[in-house]
Every structure is written in C-alpha cells, then in structure tokens.
Write a new protein. Structure first.
Length: 130
C-alpha cells in the first residue's frame, strides 16, 4: 500500500511565511505545526496579556483541526512551549476550558525564548477522521 502525504493550510490563518504547512497528514495522523499568537490578518499579539495569547494560539490550533476535517476529540498529543513557567497555571485553566472532556497526551516545556517574543507556542498530533 502506497503512503500518501497531504499538506493543508487553514483558511482562517495567514499562509505560512516559511517553508512549511500548517498541517501534514500522513499514515492516518495529522501533524500540526507550532502555532503562535498570530491572528488571521497576520498581526502578532505578543504585547497582550499571556491569557489572550493562549486563547489566540488555541484558536489557531482549532482552525488547523477544522481545516483537516477533525476536532479536539481527534487530538492524541499536544506539546506546549511556554516562555515563562509562571504562566503555567493560567495556561492550564484556559486549556482545560478549551479542551473540555478530552484528554490527549500532553507535554509542557519551559523555554527561554519563542519567535516574536511570544509567551507560548503549541504543536499537536491528531488522528485523521475515517
């Protein structure tokens, strides 16, 4: 059986500015590139409170899932990079509300710096819908 790879960019997000796709589907999995607090107009929101950045990033992640025809229930792994671990509790509360009853595997890493000076970045893996 030949493996196929599909590259998808979410319509609600700005096109990638680098050499990548928002999402890549391969072998039944969807790999979602790191999402930053950038809105659909390309405005980078790093000068707003961390909570607003987190909400924007999760909105971008959801736009990627939708573009691939899946939802939060299809997530199997979420990786969160936070520039200041003092923001962890705020993120965890926002994430809990966003994710609801679903419980994908998750990793959270404190990092020294993110692109644009963002407070967080999230990448994820989901299972493609049958």
């Amino acid at each position: 059986m030949k493996n196929s790879i599909t590259y998808t960019n979410a319509q609600g997000l700005i096109p990638p500015r680098g050499h990548y796709s928002h999402c890549v589907t391969a072998n039944g999995f969807i790999f979602i590139s790191g999402q930053l607090p950038v809105d659909s107009h390309g405005t980078v929101h790093t000068n707003v409170p961390f909570a607003q950045q987190a909400e924007q990033v999760l909105s971008n992640l959801e736009a990627c899932l939708t573009a691939c025809g899946v939802g939060k229930q299809h997530l199997v792994q979420v990786r969160v990079y936070i520039a200041d671990m003092n923001d962890w509790q705020v993120f965890n509360q926002i994430y809990a509300t966003w994710i609801g009853e679903y419980r994908p595997a998750r990793a959270v890493a404190g990092v020294s710096e993110l692109h644009f000076g963002a407070g967080l970045e999230i990448e994820a893996t989901a299972v493609a819908a049958n």
